[in-house]
Each structure stands twice: as structure tokens, then as C-alpha cells.
Ligand binder design. Structure first.
Ligand code: 6R9
Length: 673
């Protein structure tokens, strides 16, 4: 076992690398503190001045934040930069080109296969592609406020399609390419997207992903739910390549169009739809503790400032940098630190289509060496997986260009932090552990690498404009060294504004736990030096390889299987993935508990959610531990899911309706076999 979830040494400190401090935007703790103070006490100047670096078609009249987090005082709302009109795509592209960056590399596209046709795109070339896309969408009748679903692999068309939507004021809803037809259908129907942009397929390592055929199925499922997709735009990613025959899909005349035909004859310039600061930019579904995924809604100007500022200060972005974020644009990290944050800064970045282990376990490092990457951003799960292959795959590549390493998605265990620092960073790079959420749009906690000495495993301090507090169970703010629920007192600029089409659910999901605060769902400690340490989710959300999965979603996929009566899902510590998915399953009366069923149940979850949500373990549970009022006692289930379940203290089980179910669960434990 790694030291994940174990007690960590909260005093171990890594000093700011001096060569980094010399050039950094923020060079000392005093400077960080002064800027932080200004960002909270004088947002009008701090954020207003920063915002004026962008183009505003109509200047804002107030910086903000204007907000109410207290439901007792009326509906929860928040806004920034009221009165202003701007456009994200314009600020990412046209504005940089006007500044003379037109010939600068925006995107180095690195394909799945090493010998494929990698390509690089300048800012001017990205703008042309975006304009063609935008014109084609307009010709299709897509206008301001319409939703467009995007289900694409990591090719340049993905950020381009997002920016095209932004350019015309349409709202993009990107669905990660690992989601199943069911999941995609649900998201299309919820967003009411008449246009879906997909690809024929893509190779992930040596396996094809059937994106178009999954989209076809999703459209059928949507139609069964009463919603008709009118246009499917298909990027011919594998068309004409040696892999073309690996993908199989239908072609619906009148609905389907190849992307080349869709955008081919469109002009390479396109006017801009100026949108209000608070007009929606995108929605992105994420898992919560209950019910179906939530369509997190982000708006324009605040999101622009949040992603711009964190890219600049947390990654200490400098003109000569080359940035490589390994996330997929289907997750928030790809939205904020591929499509928007880097482009707003005029950065050069790598867009990687493949996986870290193809053709060999050193692919990330090969890419870093090839493009002389300076700033590398990945998830702890990837670091832990690559650690298993030892140091040689890293050290055989020239990684001397690296200066900053980022981490995101889950707590990074100190062991992985130190390996990342020593082996990948050669002991000379800064590490930025960035804590944030789909809901917050950009970093909440992170060290500013030129100013903050780091403690391995801590996300350090709040970013500018982020006012955090730690509350006890009663909702009282704790001072100094403490442990409790992490909340926000006020909205940073890039905070989500609502859940798409369901403001009441938004209030209940995030503002009902503690009056007057936004609840992150995470537990957090603050040590004696004021450093913040995330301790994991406090709700029924599990974090598998940095992917958020609601236990309720996996449960409803399982009970959709004909023989299943009931299911209860919990997380358990997993060496590589951080957490694994552990499912207790009760079959219908009279059904036989046959292990041959287990793979079928796992398949059911893959089909209803996606492969990344495949259960690790299925535990037959003829009975579940329930209280007399019928509530499943999850804390007992979490303990029985541990490898050392036999010696675990299950705590007080006297309120169980039938305490004997616990013995039955121990007796047929899958780990005992
Ligand atoms: C960006 C992203 C958000 C949840 C969040 C928390 C966990 C993310 C973390 C972290 C500890 C970090 N999380 N980063 N926990 N340290 N550096 O991952 O968004 O997919 O919405 O997940 O992930 O539990 O609440 P999202």
C-alpha cells in the first residue's frame, strides 16, 4: 500500500526553487499576502484592472462580486462585471493576434500513434478553424443561447468547436468521450442540444473508441425520450487512415454530415456575438451525491478572469513557456487549462490525443522532451501508475526544460508528490498541487510557485479572490489549527452560477448544508502554519482516478439489471486510482448468487455510465445493514470493503434492524476467497 490515506508529516517543507523565484510574477509570501488582501478587500481595483487587459465591447459598470449565499435572505445569486459585454473566443484569439501573436504556436497536436501526422497550429490558424466552425453552426441555425453537445476525442477540433460556440454565443456541453450512449443521451436530452459534434472514432492506444456509433445509439435513446437531434457533425478522425475499418457506424441521411463538408466552404472570418458578462458560456455535467448528474452552468466574464488569472499566477505563465495539460477537454480541467486559460494568456501548448502508456510507459516524458515542455499538469493517479514502472522510463528522456509540475483531481499523497518532484522534476522544479472543482471553474487552493514553500500533500493557500472557511458540524467557523467542512464565503469570479434549468437543485445541493456558505463537499484540515490539507469528500461521491463518480449513479445502473433488487456502492482506498468502486448487490428473492453474474453486472455499469466507472469489486449482499428507519449504514459498508475488514471496529451497530447481516457479509467476503 502507498501512504494514501495515512497520517502525513505536516511539517515537512520544500523551499521555493530560487531560479524560479527570480522570474516569478509573485516572488514572496509578503507579496502574495498583499495581493490576496487586495483581491478580497478591493476587488474593484484588483479584478477591475486585470479585466481591463481584455477587450470589452461594452465596459462593465461594476466589478463585484454582487451576491447572496444566504437562502434566508432570498434566492442564491452571484454576478461579476455587471453591465459589460465581451466574448471569450475573441479574447482568446483575435485579441492575441492583434497583439502580434498571430504566428505564434497555439497548439501542438500530438496524436495517439508516435508516427501519425502530428500537426501544429498558430493562433491565426486556430482562429480560421474556429471561424469556419462558427459560420457553419450559424448556417445550421444555431444562435445565441442554443446548446451544442460535443462528443469528440482530443483533436484540435475539440477546443475549436468549443471556441466556435463561444464566438456565436452558443452554450457548449462537452461530454467526455469515455461516456456511454446512455450517459450521452441523458446529457443531450437535458441540454436539448439539436446539434451534436462527434467523430467517427479514435484510437486509444491500440483500441478503437466507437464515438459515432455511440452517438447514433444516443440519438436513438434521445428520440425514445422524446427529443430529436437534428444534426450530427462527424469529424473524420480515422477516415482515410489505416484504422478506418476499425470503426463501424451508421449514416443517417439528412442528419449526419462530415465535418469537412460542414465547415469546408465556410469563410475563415466570422463576426463576433458580443455577450453580457453573465450570459452562459458552457455547461458541464458532474456527479453529485444524489440523483442524475448536474449540469454545472458557467457564465462568461467571471470565468474568463478566473481561468486567465490562475493560468498566469499558479502556473506562473511566462511567454517562453510551453504548457502541457494531460487532461481531456471533456472534464473541467481541459476546459479551463486547455481551451481557455492558456489561450487567454497567448500560451503555446500541447494537446495530446493518446494515453500515457502507449506505445510505452514513457509517452508523457517523450512528449515533454519533444516540445521542450516547461509546465506539465497531470493527476496523481497518473503519477502513481507511472511510479510503478520505475525511474528509468523518466530519466532516459531529456526533461531539462521542465520548471513547474502541477497536480489536480484528488489529494496527492506525499510519496507521489516527492517522486514527482525528485524523479520527474529532477529536484529543481516547483510543484503546484491545485485544489478546485467543476463548480469553481478555476483553482481555489494552490501554492504560488515563486512565493510559497510547499508541504508535500498540501494544496497550500487560497488563490486571489477565494475566501475559504472551515466549519464544524454545527456550521460554526473554526479558527487556527482545525479540521472540518471546507466552504466558501463568497464567489470567486469563475464560480458556477446555477445548475442548468434547475436553480432550486443548485441551492439545495450546495447552499442548504450551511446557511450563508457554499459547501464544497470536501473535508479539510488547516495546520498550525495555515496550510490547507484536503481530506476527501464528505458526501457520497467517490474519486476514481481523479474522476468524480456519484455512488447513486452506479447504484441506479446496477438496479437496472433485471435480477438485482438493491445495491449500495462505496469507495475504498486504491493504490493507483486513489479510490476504487465497491458494490454490494442484493438479488431478487429466489435468485442464485452466481459469480458468473459479476462480469455482467460490471458490463451493465460500463454501458450505463462508461468504462471509467467499472466496479472493482462486487460483494453479494443477501441483506444490507440498515437502520430501523431503512437507511443504509454506509460507514459499516465502507469498513467491510477494506482489506483488513476482519480487524476493523465497525462502531455502534446496535441501531441496525438486523445485526446478523454484518456476519453474512463477512462470511461471503470476496476478499476472503
Ligand atoms: C478539478 C477537478 C472535484 C473534486 C473536489 C475534490 C477533488 C480535486 C484536488 C482534489 C484534493 C486536489 N480534488 N483536486 N482533492 N486535492 N488537488 O478535479 O474537478 O472533477 O469536479 O472534482 O475532486 O474532492 O471536490 P472535479
Amino acid at each position: 500500500m502507498s501512504d494514501f490515506n495515512q497520517e502525513v508529516d505536516m511539517s515537512e517543507m520544500f523551499k521555493v526553487p530560487e531560479q524560479l523565484r527570480a522570474k516569478a510574477h509573485v516572488k514572496s509570501m509578503e507579496e502574495y499576502r498583499a495581493m490576496y488582501k487586495a483581491s478580497i478587500e478591493d476587488p474593484e481595483t484588483f479584478w477591475g484592472d486585470m479585466a481591463r487587459e481584455f477587450h470589452w465591447e461594452t465596459p462593465f459598470t461594476k466589478v463585484g462580486p454582487t451576491f447572496n449565499f444566504d437562502r434566508a435572505k432570498g434566492p442564491v445569486h452571484m454576478s461579476w462585471f455587471d453591465g459589460g459585454k465581451t466574448n471569450l473566443a475573441y479574447n482568446c484569439l483575435d485579441r492575441n493576434i492583434e497583439k502580434g501573436l498571430g504566428d505564434r504556436m497555439a497548439i501542438h497536436y500530438e496524436c495517439n500513434d508516435m508516427d501519425d501526422q502530428h500537426a501544429s497550429f498558430t493562433y491565426t490558424q486556430v482562429l480560421e478553424l474556429v471561424c469556419k466552425f462558427a459560420n457553419a453552426l450559424k448556417a445550421e441555425g444555431v444562435t445565441k443561447g442554443d446548446r451544442v453537445s460535443i462528443y469528440l476525442p482530443m483533436t484540435v477540433e475539440l477546443p475549436a468547436a468549443m471556441l466556435a460556440c463561444a464566438r456565436i454565443g452558443a452554450v457548449h456541453s462537452v461530454v467526455f468521450g469515455g461516456f456511454s450512449a446512455d450517459a450521452l443521451a441523458g446529457r443531450i436530452v437535458d441540454a436539448q442540444s439539436k446539434v451534436v459534434i462527434t467523430a467517427d472514432g479514435v484510437m486509444r492506444a491500440t483500441k478503437p473508441v466507437q464515438l459515432k456509433s455511440i452517438t447514433d445509439k444516443a440519438c436513438e435513446l434521445a428520440e425514445l425520450q422524446g427529443f430529436k437531434v437534428e444534426r450530427v457533425v462527424c469529424v473524420g478522425r480515422l477516415k482515410g487512415t489505416p484504422y478506418a475499418d476499425q470503426v463501424k457506424h451508421d449514416w443517417v441521411e439528412g442528419r449526419d454530415v462530415w465535418c469537412n463538408d460542414f465547415i469546408g466552404s465556410q469563410p475563415a472570418t466570422c463576426g463576433v456575438e458580443w455577450v453580457a458578462s453573465e450570459d452562459p458560456l458552457f455547461m458541464l455535467y458532474t456527479s453529485g451525491s444524489t440523483g442524475r448528474p448536474k449540469g454545472v452552468l458557467h457564465t462568461t466574464a467571471g470565468y474568463m478572469l478566473g481561468t486567465f488569472a490562475t493560468m498566469k499566477y499558479v502556473f506562473d505563465y511566462q511567454m517562453e513557456d510551453t504548457f502541457f495539460c494531460t487532461a481531456d477537454c471533456g472534464w473541467i480541467t481541459g476546459h479551463s487549462y486547455i481551451t481557455y486559460g492558456p489561450m487567454l494568456n497567448g500560451a503555446t501548448q500541447v494537446l495530446f490525443e493518446g494515453v500515457p502508456t502507449h506505445p510505452e510507459v514513457d509517452r508523457f516524458w517523450k512528449i515533454c522532451a519533444k516540445y521542450k515542455v516547461t509546465t506539465f499538469y497531470t493527476a496523481p493517479t497518473a503519477i502513481r501508475a507511472l511510479m510503478k514502472s520505475g525511474e528509468e522510463p523518466v530519466t532516459r528522456n531529456d526533461l531539462s526544460s521542465l520548471r513547474l509540475l502541477g497536480s489536480v483531481g484528488e489529494p496527492i499523497n506525499p510519496e507521489a508528490w516527492k517522486w514527482y518532484h525528485r524523479v520527474v522534476g529532477g529536484g529543481r522544479c516547483a510543484i503546484a498541487d491545485t485544489y478546485w472543482q467543476t463548480e469553481t471553474g478555476s483553482h481555489l487552493l494552490a501554492p504560488l510557485v515563486g512565493a510559497v514553500d510547499c508541504k508535500p500533500g498540501s494544496a497550500c493557500f487560497p488563490f486571489f479572490g477565494v475566501e475559504v472557511a472551515i466549519l464544524d458540524d454545527k456550521g460554526v467557523e473554526l479558527e487556527g489549527e482545525c479540521s472540518g467542512s471546507l466552504v466558501l464565503r463568497r464567489p470567486p469570479p469563475s464560480m458556477m452560477r446555477s445548475l442548468y434549468g434547475d436553480h432550486q437543485r443548485f441551492e439545495e445541493a450546495y447552499f442548504s448544508q450551511f446557511n450563508g456558505y457554499y459547501f464544497t463537499g470536501d473535508g479539510c484540515k488547516r495546520d498550525k502554519d495555515g496550510y490547507y490539507w484536503l481530506t476527501g469528500r464528505m458526501d457520497d461521491v467517490i474519486n476514481v482516478s481523479g474522476h468524480r463518480i456519484g455512488t447513486a449513479e452506479v447504484e441506479s445502473a446496477l438496479v437496472a439489471f433485471p435480477n438485482v433488487a438493491e445495491a449500495a456502492v462505496v469507495g475504498f482506498p486504491h493504490d493507483i486510482k486513489g479510490e476504487g468502486i465497491y458494490c454490494y448487490v442484493t438479488l431478487n428473492e429466489g435468485e442464485e448468487y452466481d459469480d458468473a453474474l459479476k462480469p455482467k453486472l460490471k458490463q451493465q455499469v460500463r454501458e450505463m455510465i462508461g468504462a471509467f466507472a467499472t466496479p472493482d469489486e462486487i460483494h453479494w449482499a443477501p441483506g444490507l445493514p440498515k437502520t430501523r428507519s431503512g437507511k443504509i449504514m454506509r460507514r459499516v459498508l465502507r469498513k467491510i470493503a477494506l482489506p483488513d475488514y476482519l480487524t476493523q471496529d465497525l462502531g455502534d451497530t446496535s441501531t441496525l434492524a438486523d445485526p446478523s447481516v454484518v456476519d453474512v457479509l463477512k462470511a461471503n467476503h470476496p476478499r476472503a476467497a
